[in-house]
Design a protein around this ligand. Structure first.
Ligand SMILES: Nc1ncnc2c1ncn2[C@@H]1O[C@H](COP(=O)(O)OP(=O)(O)OP(=O)(O)O)[C@@H](O)[C@H]1O
Ligand SMILES: [Mg+2]
Length: 382
């Protein structure tokens, strides 16, 4: 015996459940956006509640709902009556997004015991070594593998991450939750998105700490597999805030082959020791330039990455590997300027392959950290 055929109402309900809010990326039915609907003579009228008045995604919702519902046999047309959520409804939505209970203190999901999100902080001793380029390429490469990836541009002086990932949207608000814009499957939040125009940000200390805390607690990231942070160069306030807010973050050090750069990179890495954070490894960038005859020109010298890795290994007493060497390639810059990282734009380029290989090593899912001590006592490495 077969199950009774669904009623037309059930079919409409099921069709609506296939439509995601374009921003929150969850079914509109789960978000309480469908207030109700009626079916009469082949026409469905949906009462839809927007999270904010004048929601820019209204057209997209109309298209998606119409497509989903008119797929049902016997439905000819769809009309959508738009309304706006009340204060109460928005609060309920926010609670749903937060996964239930409201709490007074901002909760950083990635710092909770049992969080499965791997947090990588990309650091360097000095500026201009390619920290942001490495961050966005790793993010895009991991998203390409189907992982759910977020990036926080914590470089208040630079904030080049949105441009390099081609993000032009701004975060939107639902109550006090911030929805991050996305590009290439990567969710991105940058300090630059919260400062008017390009005004130089002169935040320091407590304000910076608060901003970072807000990025971590109030942004709706969803279930991330990986969160990458692009830190400002050097060993400043941000690194210390980060250690307090995300003690489980693992540090990835970027350096060039140059000895002087390597020395500062080492110093940056050594603070991980003080803050009891795990040093994941070293990425050497701008390692060489491949000449037309196939030979390598070592523009910035050689050996810096290995030197930093060896020296950090000695300092922390656990293996800190050199994870990869990324050659110089004008396409790295061009891809960044165009907003599509080279791992996506030119995946066969040697630089893209080197970055992809580093991403492979980061893609490993970590088991829950529940019940495991953190810090220097944890020396086991993959
Ligand atoms: N492997 C590479 N080949 C060619 N150009 C590169 C490479 N890596 C980075 N670049 C370019 O070098 C410049 C600096 O890189 P990037 O902005 O990523 O460095 P950064 O360490 O984040 O710098 P800042 O300290 O200013 O934040 C950029 O123009 C970038 O496109
Ligand atoms: Mg940068």
């Amino acid at each position: 015996m077969s199950a009774p055929a669904p009623t037309i109402e059930e079919a409409v309900q099921a069709a609506l459940a296939t439509v995601d809010d374009p921003e929150i990326r969850r079914p509109i039915t789960e978000l309480g956006m469908v207030k109700g609907f009626t079916v009469a003579a082949g026409k469905v009228t949906v009462e839809l509640l927007l999270t904010v008045a004048g929601c820019p995604l209204r057209d997209k919702l109309t298209t998606d709902i119409t497509a989903a519902v008119t797929r049902i046999e016997g439905i000819e047309s769809v009309e959508i009556d738009f309304g706006v959520m009340t204060e109460e409804q928005r609060k309920a939505l926010q609670a749903t997004l937060r996964g239930g209970g409201q709490s007074a203190e901002p909760v950083i999901p990635f710092a909770q015991p049992g969080s499965k999100t791997r947090v990588y902080a990309v650091a360097s001793g000095k500026g201009g070594v390619g920290k942001s380029s490495v961050t966005v390429n790793l993010a895009a490469a991991l998203a390409k593998r189907g992982l759910s990836v977020g990036v926080i541009d914590a470089d208040i002086y630079g904030h080049s991450v949105p441009r390099m990932l081609g993000v032009d949207g701004r975060p939107t608000r639902v109550e006090d939750m911030i929805m991050p814009p996305q590009s290439h499957g990567v969710k991105v939040i940058s300090i630059g998105m919260f400062t008017a125009g390009n005004a130089a940000v002169v935040w320091r200390g407590p304000m910076l700490h608060r901003a970072l805390q807000q990025f971590l607690a109030d942004v709706f990231w969803g279930d991330l597999d990986v969160l990458l942070l692009d830190l400002p160069p050097g060993t400043g306030d941000v690194a210390i805030s980060l250690a307090q807010l995300l003690p489980n973050a693992e540090i990835l050090v970027v350096t060039t082959p140059q000895t002087a750069a390597a020395e500062v990179a080492e110093r940056a890495g050594a603070i991980a020791l003080q803050t009891h954070q795990r040093l994941l490894g070293v990425v050497e960038n701008m390692s060489w330039l491949e000449l037309p005859d196939g030979s390598r020109m070592e523009v910035f010298g050689s050996g810096g990455g290995q030197t930093v890795a060896d020296s950090l290994t000695k300092t922390v007493g656990a293996s800190v590997p050199l994870l990869g060497q990324v050659p110089l390639d004008t396409r790295v810059r061009e891809a960044g300027d165009a907003g599509t990282p080279i791992v996506l734009a030119e995946p066969s380029a040697a630089a893209a392959q080197a970055l992809d290989a580093v991403a492979d090593r980061l893609a490993v899912r970590r088991e829950s950290l529940v019940g495991k001590p953190l810090g220097l006592t944890v020396n086991a490495r993959r």
